[in-house]
Design a protein around this ligand. Sequence first.
Ligand SMILES: *Cc1c(COP(=O)(O)O)cnc(C)c1O
Length: 368
Amino acid sequence: MIPITVVDVRDAEDLVVEVLRSGAIAQGPMVKRFEEAFAAVSGTKHAVAVNNGTTALVASLQVLDLKPGDEVITSPFTFVATLNAILEAGATVRFADIRRDDFAVDPDAVAAAIGPRTKVLMPVHLYGQTADMGKLAPLAAERGLHLVEDSAQAVGATFDGRRSGSFGLGCFSLYATKNITTAEGGVITTDDDELADRLRVLRNQGMRARYQYEVAGHNYRMTDLHAAVGIPQLAKLDTITAARQRNAKRLTEGLAGTPGLDLPQVLPGREHVWHQYTVLVGPHAFLSRDELAAALTERGIGNGIYYPKVVFDYDCYRGHELIPDASLDSVPVARSVAAQALSLPVHPKLTEDDLDKIIETVREVLGA
Ligand SMILES: *Cc1c(COP(=O)(O)O)cnc(C)c1O
C-alpha cells in the first residue's frame, strides 16, 4: 500500500532526549526556540505556540474582543475545526462560497456576505495554496475587518511573495499529518505586538506575572517535548516543500489528459506547498469519485476524501443558533467540489516507482 501520508520525525531524537534528560518538559526554552524559528519561516514578527491548530483559531478570535452577535465569514469547504473554533469563541458564522480553482473562499462571495455585524474574515488556505489574498486583504482593510487565516494546511505557502499567515493573525496546525508536525500543536503568527502579547497571556491562564491574572485565560500551552519534535522539521521546511512540489509536478504531467479528471492548479503569484494533491472527478469520468476511491484502495493506492460534505451539513449544526443562515443552496460550488474531490499521495517519502504506480493505476481505472 502506498499511504496517503507518512510521518517521519526520527531526526528529532537528539533534541527530544535533551528535553527528557533536562527534567523540564512543559513549556520552556525549546518552545521559545521553536517560536523564533517559526516566526523566521513565516516572515512575521511574532509566533505564539499553542497546543493545537484548533486552539490557535479559538485564541485568535478570543483576543479580538468579539461581542455576542458579531460575525465571522469563512469557507463552507474546510476541516470541521474551522467551524468549531468560531462556535467555541461564541461568534456567529456566515459562509461564503468557494472558487473551483483554489478551493478557497471567493472574494466576491465574501464581499456580498459582509453585513453590519461582520468583524472577521477567516479564509482557509486549503490543500497548501493560499486563498486570493490579493483581493481578501484589501477587502478586510477597506471594511475595517480583522483577518484570521486558517493556515493549518499551508505552512510556507506564499501569495505575491508573502507567506501565508503573515496577512493577519495566521493560525497553523502541527498535527501529525500536516506538512510540519509536533504530533499535536499549533502556532499563531502576527506582526502586531499587542495581539502577540495578549495571546501569550491568554494561553497561560491569563497570567502575566506569577498569580497576577489579567484576563480569564486558559491553558493553551505547547510543551518543550513537542517543540523539540518540530524544530528539526522547520530547519528542513524548504526541502520538504520542494519534494512535495516535485511530486505534484510529476502527478500533473502523468495524469494530464485523463478523461473526466480535473487536475489541481497552481494559480499565478502563488506558491503551493501541496499539503494535498486533490483532483476533481467530474460527472463524465469513467468512474464516480467514490468508485475511483474504492478502486485505488483495492489496488494499493492510498487516497482520501477531504472533505465529503459541506462543513455545516451535519445534524449537530442544523438549527444551531450561531449558524443562522447556512444553506446548501447558497454554496453550490462547495457542494459540487465536496462530491468530486479526491486526494492522492503527494508526501515527500514517495519514490519514483510509487509515482509511476499512482499515475498508471489512476489512468488505467479511468480508461485513459
Ligand atoms: C488540521 C486543521 C485544523 C485544526 O488543527 P488541529 O491541530 O488538528 O487542531 C484547522 N483547520 C484546517 C483547515 C485543518 O486542516
